[in-house]
Write a protein that binds this ligand. Structure first.
Ligand code: ZN
Length: 320
């Protein structure tokens, strides 16, 4: 990969580029920002630039070093992640051992700790010792969407680079051009994911999105208080439905408020239905519905019966 292959993030990439060119991109860094916006990919591309052997623009994406990093086979690139569990002290002990060796074939040893908020206290403590005196020729990048869950002592030893999501309009273009998504769906995915490419791509192939119009028709627009297919949904299924409903009524609300550019509607493909609901409901009723949806979402994290949640939402929708 090359810097140009990364979409958006010009400011953050510019910063990293300057650090590397200036020769002080070493020690500890935190890459923070929402999930699914490419922080990990940028950490990898930084590792490529530091180790690329090309005489031209670096990273070249073509030399042996770049290719090995992309494939995750470079002996000087270490990737630490733990899936759903915590990152434990053993993971950091192996980093401690490795970091003191000189690079095997590259210039800089790079350690990427993905979801660094999962470091448990012992692991964080152990990492702190490394960060206090990182060996020359080494770089540790902590990637996280929850920087507030990382120990302050660890954060204070690192420089933080904050990443923002892409502008939805740019993400829409990307989805159309690089992933051949049609215009309407690309608009929806870009706005619904709030500019997060990773999330948009995951949603693109999910049943919830493929069937979003069916769900809207059968539950929100039909006037039937409780659709059977919804009552059978799992918690996760219900969560995506409620998120969908939240985005739908957000659209109804801003359309009713008027004077909004059409492009800011998430469900632009359903503009006529949105307008009809904007006429049917008062602002007060919409406030009530939006509150019920967001309360339902918070109840979902507790142990409340999902049928009860749907019943309340249904009652709110069809008795107003
Ligand atoms: Zn290269």
């Amino acid at each position: 990969m090359r810097f140009n292959d990364i979409l958006g993030h010009e400011k953050e990439l510019g910063l990293i580029n300057n650090y590397i060119e200036g020769g002080f991109f070493s020690g500890g860094y935190v890459f923070s920002g929402p999930e699914g916006i490419g922080k990990k990919e940028i950490a990898l591309i930084a590792a490529e630039k530091l180790n690329c052997v090309s005489d031209g623009i670096r990273p070249c994406g073509l030399c042996g070093s770049c290719i090995k990093i992309e494939k995750g086979q470079h002996p000087d690139l270490h990737f630490i992640e733990s899936g759903s569990s915590q990152i434990k002290i053993e993971d950091i002990r192996s980093l401690q051992r490795e970091i003191n060796f000189r690079p095997y074939e590259g210039v800089v040893k790079v350690f990427i700790i993905n979801d660094a908020h999962k470091l448990n206290p012992e692991a964080a403590n152990s990492l702190l010792k490394v960060l206090e005196e990182p060996p020359a020729g080494s770089l540790i990048i902590l990637v996280t969407h929850k920087p507030s869950s990382i120990f302050k002592t660890v954060l204070s030893r690192c420089k933080t680079i904050r990443f923002s999501p892409l502008r939805p309009i740019l993400l829409k273009e990307v989805l159309m051009e690089r992933y051949s998504v049609d215009g309407e769906l690309a608009h929806f995915l870009a706005s619904y994911s709030e500019g997060r490419l990773g999330l948009a791509l995951r949603l693109k192939d999910s049943a919830a999105i493929r069937e979003k119009n069916k769900v809207l028709d059968s539950f929100i627009l039909s006037g039937k208080p409780l659709d059977r297919s919804l009552a059978a949904l799992s918690k996760d299924g219900l969560r995506s439905f409620l998120n969908m409903a939240a985005s739908w009524f957000r659209d109804v609300y801003i359309l009713k408020a008027g004077a909004v550019p059409e492009e800011s509607l998430i469900h632009l493909d359903r503009r006529d239905d949105l307008s009809e609901l904007a006429r049917r409901f008062s602002f007060r009723q919409l406030d009530g519905i939006i509150n019920t949806v967001s309360e339902s979402l918070s109840y979902l994290d507790g142990n409340i019966n999902t049928k009860l949640i749907l019943h309340n939402l249904g009652a709110q929708l069809w008795t107003v």
